[in-house]
Each structure stands twice: as C-alpha cells, then as structure tokens.
Design a protein around this ligand. Structure first.
Ligand code: ADP
Length: 808
C-alpha cells in the first residue's frame, strides 16, 4: 500500500549520521509482505503479527529505528531467515498508533538507507539483526548518469500518462529532483509492479545500475500498457460497432414498421432461415449467402424478387427425400393390367425390367424407351409403372424443344430466368427418385442456341448425372436415383447417342377389336367418371362403338376415340340435366345426332375395280395408312410425270417401275412402242403430304401396268413391297402397322413380300384370321393377283371397260 508520499519526507542522511551508523548495527526487523520500501519513501503500515509488533515496540523504545526487509513469499506468517531478502532499508518510525480493541498497530515509517542483513541474532520476542549499512555509489560518469536520468524521466512521464493511475503532479515533483539516486528510488516507489521487480531496484546498489534497471522495468511496463491500451480500444470499437448495428437495426425496423412491411419481412427472412437449416450443408452455404443478400435489399426491388425465386427453388427442391420402392412384381402386373388392356408383350417386358431392378440396384443406365404411334398408351404406361413402384410421376414434353436452356435453365443474370425442365420437374416431384417421363424425345431439334440432345445426354448418362449442373441452380444436383422413361413415335429419329443408352420397347397400333375392348373397359368408364356420370346413365352398343371407331376416328392409337367418347359424354350430360334418365346409343341415327355425319368412309368393299388405280400401304408416324396410287396414260412423247410431293427415292422407284413395265410389255399385252407415243402421269393423292420410300414399288408398277394394259386393279387388294428392275420383290418395314391399316380400311387381301412372312406373327391373330395374305417374290405374281385378269388383249375387253377411251 502506497500512500502519503511526498518529497518533503525525503532527506539525505547527514555525514555525521552516516559515521554513526557505520559501526555494526543491531536493530529489530519488521518483515514486509507484498511491499518493498525504498529510502526516502514515507509509508503507513498496518502491523498485526506478534513478532512484528514486538519489533516495533522495541524500536520505539530505542531510537525509533527499524529494519524493513521484504519477505520472498508473502503468504508465510512466520518467515525464517532464509525467507527474507538480504537487502532492505533502515527506516525511522514517524508515528505509532495502537488500534483500539486489537493487537495490531498502525505505523508511519520513512525509509532512510539501504542495508544488508548480515545475521539474525535474536528470534524472540522480535527478530533482531545485525546489518551492514550500504553507501550510495555513483557507478558511472555524471554525464552518463544524467543521460540515464533523463531517459528514466521520459519513460516515467509516459508511464504516468498511460497508466492513468498516478496523479500527474507526481511527475512534476519527481522532475524537480536533482539527485539521480533519489529520483530512481522515488520513481520506483510509484511503480505499480511486482515485489520482485521492486526488490531488483532496491538491490541495485550503485545509481547507474539502479537507473538502468528502472529503465528496463519502465520500458517493459510501457509495452504492457501500450498493449493494454490497444486491446482496450479494440474492445471499445467492437462494442461501439455492436451498439451501432443494434441501433441501426432498430431504426430500420421502425422505418419498415412505418411503411407497413417490417414484420412481414422479418417473418419472411426467418421463414427462409428455418427452411435453409434443413438443406444439406453444401447447399446451405449457398442459400445463406443469398439470404444475406436478400436481407440487405429493399423488399420489393426487382433483384429481391430474383433472389426470392431462387431461394424458393433451392428450398423446394428435394435434396434427400426419397420414396420407398415397391418392387412386387405381382402387384406391378396387377396395376399394369388394371390400367391397360392387351399389350401383353409390352407388359411382359416391363415386368422383366422391374425384376432385374429388384435383383440388382447397381444396374445403372437402364432407360426404357417406349416407341409407337400417338395414343397407344405410352404415357399412361409410364404412369402405371410409377404407380406400381410407388414412385412419384412427372412428365416433360420434349416436342419442339430446340434450346439447350430449356433443359438446363438460364443463368440468373437474365431477368425472369428459371431452372430448366429437368430441375423444375424434380421440384414438382418432391422426391429424388421419381419416374421421369421424357415425352417425344424424337421431336427435339437443335439450332444456334445449343443442342438440347447434348444436355439430355448428360441427364441420361449414369456416369455424369449424379452431378447435373443447371445454369440457374449453379449447384450440382443428383439425378442418379431418377427412373427415366422416354417415348418416341419413330425410333430412327431419336438422336443416335441417346438411342444407344435406351432399351426400346415397341408398341404398335390397335386393331378395331382391341380398340373396342379398350373403349369398353377403360375409356368409357374413365370418361363417365370424369363427366360426373354413372354407368347406368349411358350405354352404347358394340356395333355403334365400332361405328365410332370406323367413322369418326382414323388412328393407330385411341386418343381420338377417347376424345369422341368424351364428346358423347358431354352430350349425354346435357340430356341428363334436362331430365332424361338414361342415354342409349344403338342406332346410326342416334350416333349422327350426337356426333354429326361420319368423318371417314372406310368401306372400300363397294368400290369398283378401276384401271390405273392401285392401293398401296404406307407407314407414317401416326401408324399405317392406305395409299392410292393413280397412273394415267395420254398421247405424248414418252414423258414420265410424277406428282404428289414424292421424295427422291419414290421418284426413282417410279422410273424403275416404268422400265420394268416396258421390259414386260409383251407379256402384259401392252403395245411395245407405247413409250414413243404417250406420256405417263403418276399421281399419289393427298398431294400436300410429302411421301417417300421404296415400299410403294409394287403398287406403282401395278398402277402403271393396269393403266397401260387396261386391266383393272382389284379394289379388294392392297399391297406393299419394293421392286427391282428385274421384277424381284424385296421386303419392307412397318408391316404390322400397314396390315392393321389395311384391316381398318376393310381390305381383305394384302400382297406382301415373301421375306416379310415372318413379320406377320406380330399381327394379332384375330386380324390375320380375317385377311388373306399373298406372299410374293416376283412382280408377275403381284400382277396376276392384283389385276383383274383378262387373258387376252385388247379385243376381248369387257363391255364395262369399253366405255372408257383407250389411249394405246
Ligand atoms: P401416347 O402417350 O402413346 O400418345 P397416351 O398414353 O396419351 O398415348 O394414351 C391416350 C389414352 O389412351 C390414355 O387415356 C390411355 O389411358 C388410353 N390407352 C391407350 N392404350 C390403352 C390400353 N391398352 N388400355 C387402356 N387404355 C389405353
């Protein structure tokens, strides 16, 4: 404890006094705890230990002189000689005060001179020691001393300024001191340092060393103080910042509250925060960054809208949620049967596919592709697969997609940019393992804006799709658990690299009987429920249903049939609301009243056999169709005219036909020089639709042969097949669709290449049963079957044919 220090109390020992004290001295010793007293320092002490009190008493009885020596360890109450430092001070008791009601004493002492304890001579009741008085020594030249003194003063000045615990007047009084030794002691007495440090100063016996030690300690202390100050100001700044932010936030809240948006905003941000917490760590980081941006933006700014939409996408996308697969094959079969009539082979393939999936989950890259004309149930099969597996179902229509960004999304720099179709549908699915149907994959096209097929390739590639990158999303998304199913009308138009990754399942068109069954079992019940009708409110006979199929639709699938049935349901609903109980359609008249006149006439049975018109069978994207080919001969110079938007292959095939007919003119009863005298015109009706391919070869030849030979072609016969110059008939594709088309058109006899005989198996048995197939290898066989044969030439032509002018 340091108080009451003033330089007034500092006195230098007189010469005489020093001489007196140079003899060995025996004096009582007061051990000090936690303090070191310097010469020239006046200090009050509270003394309680009995030995110390005894020492004081002894001193006051003598000449008020007492030794003050610091204890090394302040915790000891009975210090032994070894527990005391060797150097201390000789002090004079200025005042002694007994504290009432206790044994302790308050004493005011003034340090006089350094001493060294030589020996402790008595221990009881007080410590009495023999000491050696230590004289002041300069230890260096006066100039050096002066330099040290100034340095000390300088440091001390800073110390006073920075520590803020010492009154500034102290510095003024210290500065006035002349004697560097006294100055050092006074400064030391003011320092707030540890006992050891103070003792070091006390033990520095010559002035020069003492000033140096003091300088060292001051420097150290200044460094500590500087650091303390720095820390303090940093802490203060931090606190200020926090306070400032808090204040600003409160202010912002108040403003927002005034504007009426505050609470909603906070709520919105908190809501996002809550949702973001559930995202996987890698995504959370990105989302949090965006949320921070959002918080800083005015709530209704365009940019905030962009960020908000982005966050919505992030939090809505499924990242982990997965549905459990049901791979029960019996249930799957049941569901497929429930939803679809027929399609046995297709269902079998699907079940096999699921069986493999059940056995191994490792078989990656298995993508189903359902190929077939529109309306045959590709989409609804995919939906059933999802239902059987208990997976979510989403559909992406790729028809007309020509921009890569539609698959992969636009970068967020575009206003109104959105994720691509893939990510959008994942968001819609809500699980990471839905059945994702890529519809009409053959209808994509590419242009300047990038190739969507390339992007799809990445989606479908099991090696890459666990890290699918959408431009909008920016973070990779895992598509590896998705079950992809694709559909196409024509396999050959699927981009080749995509085709390689898929397992094709072909679905061909339905026969009328199949359509009838589908309509009865599926389409009618479905449409009735959709229109809020019950089963006893509507009835249609099979005959009329077939009439609908024949007269109002012409398709391979059942899409238009379903639409027509929907129309019937609408009309029925109307009648029911006007009071009718049941609507029955059993007559053509009733049907026409509902649907208007039939749109198609399929009944070719009544058609007359004609000269120069042959019935071919064509295969189109929407299934098979019949194709009439007309040939006519007129006077001219041997030109061949082709019309009806025929492609190159078809045109060449027509030329080849003409050459063949010329080469067989004699056998056919055609004038051998006909080609010099007449022009031939071949036309394929429905001239606006482009047609191509070699499979009309035998039909063109038949039409030509008929026109030139004037032998009519049987209207009951349809045909398909390629022909060579020498009359050999070559096989064609799409037989099933073509035969079904012929069946739809009511044709009973179909001429097909011998090599296609094996493909006939694909045609449903009930159709096969109703038709006659003529397998041919040579054109002669075709002609003898198709032409209504008249064994002789021109003279014996029937009366009917005579009515027509002969041009040859
Ligand atoms: P796609 O995708 O092949 O163009 P859809 O799947 O859209 O054809 O089928 C059209 C409609 O016909 C759907 O309502 C579907 O349920 C129905 N459909 C098609 N084939 C069958 C079938 N074999 N059994 C029952 N309904 C069918």
């Amino acid at each position: 404890m340091l108080t009451n220090i003033s330089t007034m109390g500092v006195k230098k020992m007189s010469q005489q006094e020093q001489q007196q004290t140079s003899a060995p001295l025996r004096l009582p010793l007061l051990p000090l705890r936690g303090i070191v007293v310097f010469p020239a320092m006046v200090v009050p002490l509270d003394v309680g230990r009995p030995k110390s009190v005894a020492a004081l008493e002894q001193a006051s009885m003598d000449n008020n002189q007492i030794l003050l020596v610091a204890q090394k360890d302040p915790r000891l109450s009975e210090p032994q000689p070894s527990d005391l430092y060797e150097i201390g001070v000789l002090a004079e008791i200025k005042q002694l005060l007994r504290m009432p009601g206790s044994n302790s004493v308050r004493v005011l002492v003034e340090g006089k001179q350094r001493i060294r304890v030589v020996e402790i001579v008595e221990d009881d009741p007080a410590l009495i020691c023999e000491v050696e008085l230590l004289e002041e020594e300069a230890g260096a030249e006066p100039l050096e001393l002066e330099a040290n003194r100034r340095l000390c003063l300088d440091y001390f000045q800073k110390y006073v300024k920075w520590s803020k615990k010492i009154p500034t007047e102290v510095y003024a009084s210290v500065e006035a001191l002349e004697d560097p030794a006294v100055l050092a002691d006074i400064i030391a007495s003011h320092l707030l340092v540890k006992v050891e440090e103070r003792q070091r100063i006390l033990e520095a016996l010559d002035t020069s060393t003492r000033l140096e030690v003091l300088c060292q300690i001051l420097m150290q202390e200044l460094e500590v103080l500087e650091l303390e100050n720095k820390i303090q100001s940093r802490v203060r700044k931090q606190i200020e910042r926090i306070q400032k932010e808090h204040y600003l936030r409160e202010q912002m809240k108040a403003i927002q509250r005034e504007l009426g948006e505050g609470e909603d905003r906070q709520e919105e941000l908190a809501e996002y925060q809550e949702k973001i917490k559930k995202l996987p760590a890698s995504i959370r980081e990105k989302a949090e960054k965006e949320l921070k941006r959002l918080a800083k933006m005015p709530s209704m700014s365009a940019e905030a809208v962009v960020v908000r939409t982005y966050l919505d996408v992030l939090v809505d996308l499924p990242w982990k949620k997965k549905s459990r697969d049901r791979l029960d094959l019996e249930v799957a079969q049941q569901i497929l049967d429930e939803d679809h009539w027929g399609l046995e082979k297709v269902k079998e393939r699907i079940i096999e596919f699921l069986a493999v999936r059940k056995l191994t989950t490792k078989m990656k890259g298995q993508i189903l592709c359902l190929v077939g004309p529109p309306g045959v149930g590709k989409t609804s099969l995919a939906r059933s697969i999802a239902r059987a597996m208990e997976r979510k179902f989403v559909r992406i229509s790729l028809g007309g997609v020509r921009d890569e960004a539609e698959i992969r999304g636009h970068r967020r720099t575009y206003i109104g940019s959105m994720p691509g179709k893939i990510i959008s549908s994942m968001r819609q699915a809500g699980t990471i393992n839905p059945v994702l149907l890529l519809d009409e994959i053959d209808k994509m096209s590419s242009d300047l804006r990038g190739d969507p097929a390339a992007a799809l390739l990445e989606v479908l590639d099991s090696e890459q799709n666990h890290n699918f990158v959408d431009h909008y999303l920016e973070v990779p998304y895992d598509l590896s658990q998705v079950f992809f199913i694709t559909t196409a009308n024509v396999a050959s138009e699927i981009p080749k690299p995509l085709l390689d990754r898929m397992e094709l399942i072909e679905i061909s068109g339905y026969t009328d009987q199949e359509k009838l069954q589908i309509a009865k079992r599926h389409l009618i019940p479905k449409q009735l429920t959709r229109h809020g009708l019950s089963e006893d409110q509507f009835a249609i006979s099979d005959k009329m249903l077939l009439e609908v199929i024949h007269g109002y639709t012409r398709e391979a699938g059942v899409r238009n049939l379903e639409r027509t049935i929907a129309a019937l349901c609408r009309k029925t609903a109307r009648e029911i609301t006007t009071g009718k109980k049941t609507v029955r359609i059993t007559t053509k008249a009733r049907l026409t009243a509902f649907l208007g006149a039939p749109r198609y006439r399929h009944d070719t049975m009544d058609e007359r056999d004609e000269i120069g018109v042959a019935t071919g069978l064509a295969w189109t994207q929407v299934g098979g169709d019949i194709l009439k080919i007309e040939a006519t001969v007129m006077p001219g110079k041997g030109n061949l005219l082709l019309t009806g938007k025929l492609g190159d292959v078809m045109q060449e095939s027509a030329q080849a036909s003409l050459s063949y007919v010329r080469s067989r003119a004699k056998q056919l009863g055609i004038a051998p020089d006909f080609y010099q005298k007449c022009d031939v015109h071949i036309h394929v009706p429905e001239g606006a639709i482009p047609k191509d391919g070699p499979s009309a070869g035998i039909t063109i030849t038949t039409a030509l042969a008929s026109a030139l030979s004037k032998k009519p072609v049987s209207a009951k016969v349809a045909m398909t097949g390629e022909v060579t110059l020498r009359g050999k008939v070559l096989p064609i594709g799409g037989l099933k669709e073509k035969v079904l088309a012929a069946h739809r058109a009511g044709i009973k006899t179909v001429i097909i290449p011998e090599d296609n005989r094996k493909d006939l198996e694909e045609v449903p048995a009930q159709v096969r049963r109703k038709m006659r197939f003529v397998f041919v290898e040579h054109m002669d066989q075709v002609l003898s079957e198709a032409l209504v044969y008249r064994p002789t030439a021109l003279k014996e032509i029937s009366a009917a044919e005579e009515a027509q002018p002969y041009l040859v």
